[in-house]
Ligand binder design. Sequence first.
Ligand code: IPE
Ligand code: IPE
Ligand code: MG
Length: 254
Amino acid sequence: MQWGFRSRPRLRSEELEQVADWNLPQHLGIIMDGNGRWAKRRGLPRMAGHHAGMNAMKEAIRACDDCGISCVTLYAFSTENWKRPENEVEYLMKLPDQFFRSEMDELVQRGVRLKFIGETHRLPTYTQETVRLSLERTAHNTGMIVTFALNYGGRRDIVEATKRLLQDVEQGLLSVDDIDESAIAARLSTRELVDPDLIIRTSGELRLSNFLVWQSAYSELWFTDTLWPDFTKSDLLAALHAFHHRKRRFGDVK
Ligand code: IPE
Ligand code: IPE
Ligand code: MG
């Protein structure tokens, strides 16, 4: 089952009223990049950038919900980010707890349903516990779906889907001739989500860095030089406005 389109934007301020007539992405992906550079520019340790990035994420989630986005996926930690210094990885692994401690009540009040994609079973036990509790608390919510890509890699996602596919073939649940795009999509971690219509990346880097590799085949991409901790509702509105004017053809000529 794929979660459907939310009825209509819940507008909470005049600034957001303009969004009501826009064609919004049903699923928005965000590659939240530039925390380290943000800190460096201020002569601060990288962790300060991650802390500021967490605050920007809180604002971004609020703004997405206010705009009426059905589903947002936030790239929080990649399968490649383990290469970073141990103290930075440790700090990043503790951020989910800090985040949910301060935000959970509001997320519940907004009816947000949380999801996680990525190999969360390989995270430190305390992070896994945060993941478990946050899933539990929001399991029955029916509002915006917020998915955290945590220890996520697009290629890993495809590898795991391939393994599941082969297991199903081995068990006689599927024949090789039945393997098509939907058979693969149905075994990806995002099987309950529609493909992202729009992917935002901050910090001026022009790449996907292993984010939703399969799912982004026809995503619109929007890049900004703004570093993630400086990302505000205005940046989100700029991205949504650009998306509204994109012509999506999916290979057709219309
Ligand atoms: C994004 O910011 C956060 C994570 C990847 C966890 P970075 O930490 O990559 O910041 P830069 O790219 O070094 O500035
Ligand atoms: C992508 O950012 C991962 C996240 C935002 C979590 P990176 O900073 O890790 O990507 P690269 O190394 O610049 O490609
Ligand atoms: Mg980076």
